[in-house]
Structures are given as structure tokens and as C-alpha cells.
Design a protein around this ligand. Structure first.
Ligand SMILES: C[S@@+](CC[C@H](N)C(=O)[O-])C[C@H]1O[C@@H](n2cnc3c(N)ncnc32)[C@H](O)[C@@H]1O
Length: 204
């Protein structure tokens, strides 16, 4: 009985082994290409990882895909900066009518400050590598949407948000942060997402 049991086990093990070989997961050509790109990206030297290249561009830390980080290219960043500047300096006035809060959009913050170092802007970010921006950096986790310094409450004329995830849960929490930050007397929101494009609306 025992011998027979062992034999059965061996045979079924062999059969299972053959089945397993057939079932080895295969990546599609597109997935292989994405993986190759990811690995190449990870191996790029840090100094090459910048949005827009050396001239006119800004240097950013390498994207960390585990944090859903996808940096704007230079053209996108500059178009956004143009829009933000238009909202901060109404009718081309020389002085800023308010401050800008950049929620999870470090590339925008970097281009904004490069374009206009004097513009009052704050970067709210989860990735502490952006602590390099000193007092302009505030640690932010969308899971704790209002866990922010009281001085930031209702202090921003322009709020730009590029949430890390497209889920309802994430967007609802980020919306709470936007309400926390926005000036109640009138402010502007630019919400940027991967799928839906971007739009602008006035928050009253
Ligand atoms: C889709 S990217 C937006 C970046 C933008 N495209 C740019 O170039 O500046 C999402 C951002 O959310 C940040 N992030 C990741 N996890 C987060 C969290 N738990 N709370 C807040 N932000 C987070 C990432 O570090 C990243 O900067």
C-alpha cells in the first residue's frame, strides 16, 4: 500500500511538473518592452533624469513608479506654468495676487520656480526627496488629507493637484485637501489626471 502510495505520488508529481512547465507565465511582447524600459530607466544615471534636458529644463529626481511618479515633459510643464502665472498675476499685474499650492506635482513646482523664482509656491509631496526645496516642501499623504500645518488653511489662490491614483477614494481625499487649502473668497483649481485630461474650475 505504502509503496503504491509513493509511486502514485511520484507519477502525479511528474504529471504536475509537466503541466507546470506548460503553464509557465509568459509576458506579451508589449509587457516585455515595458519591463525593458522600466529596467533601463532604473539604471539611468541620476544626472540624466531630468524633465526637459539640461538647457531650459529642470533637474528632477528619478521617477519611482512604485509611487506612481510620471514627470511632465518640458512642453507640458511650460504650458502649465503659463496657465498658473496667468491666474496668479491677474491682468498682467506685477505682484502676485496669492500663493500657489502644488499637490503632488513636483515638476510643475520646479518649472514654476525656475520661470519666476519670486512666485509664492508650496509643494505638497509624499516623496521626501523633494525636501531639497526646503521650506517650500510640505510632507503630504493623501490618506491624511487635512493633516497639514494650520497656516496653510485657506491660504492659496491657485491649487494644482495631480493625484497619484485615479480611484474615487484618492480623488475624494485630495478634494478635501483642495478645500482645506483654497481661499474661500475665490480660488482656482487645476486638476490633472492621466486619463481624463485636465480642466480648470473656480472654487468658491
Ligand atoms: C501622477 S504623479 C504626478 C506628478 C506630475 N506629473 C509631475 O510631473 O510633477 C503622482 C504624484 O503623487 C505622489 N504620491 C505618491 N504617493 C502619494 C501619497 N500617498 N500621497 C500624496 N502623494 C503621493 C508621487 O510622488 C507623485 O509625485
Amino acid at each position: 500500500m505504502a509503496a503504491s502510495g509513493v509511486g502514485d505520488e511520484r507519477v502525479s508529481g511528474e504529471v504536475r511538473g509537466e503541466e507546470e512547465d506548460d503553464d509557465v507565465p509568459q509576458l506579451s511582447a508589449a509587457a516585455m518592452e515595458a519591463l525593458r524600459e522600466f529596467l533601463a530607466e532604473q539604471q539611468r544615471p541620476e544626472e540624466q533624469d531630468e524633465a526637459g534636458g539640461g538647457e531650459g529644463g529642470v533637474e528632477l529626481v528619478p521617477e519611482d513608479w512604485r509611487l506612481s511618479q510620471f514627470w511632465y515633459d518640458e512642453r507640458t510643464a511650460r504650458a502649465l506654468v503659463e496657465e498658473v502665472v496667468r491666474l496668479v498675476y491677474p491682468s498682467g499685474s506685477g505682484s502676485a495676487a496669492g500663493a500657489v499650492a502644488c499637490i503632488a506635482c513636483p515638476t510643475l513646482y520646479a518649472y514654476l520656480k525656475k520661470t519666476d523664482p519670486g512666485v509664492p509656491a508650496q509643494l505638497l509631496e509624499y516623496d521626501e526627496r523633494f525636501g531639497q526645496y526646503g521650506g517650500d516642501f510640505t510632507f503630504y499623504d493623501y490618506n491624511r488629507p487635512e493633516d497639514l500645518p494650520p497656516a496653510m488653511k485657506h491660504a492659496y489662490r491657485v491649487v494644482v493637484a495631480d493625484p497619484p491614483y485615479l480611484s474615487k477614494e484618492c480623488l475624494e481625499k485630495v478634494a478635501k485637501t483642495v478645500s482645506f487649502l483654497a481661499q474661500p473668497e475665490g480660488s482656482f483649481l487645476l486638476l490633472l489626471t492621466g486619463n481624463w485630461g485636465s480642466w480648470q474650475c473656480s472654487v468658491k
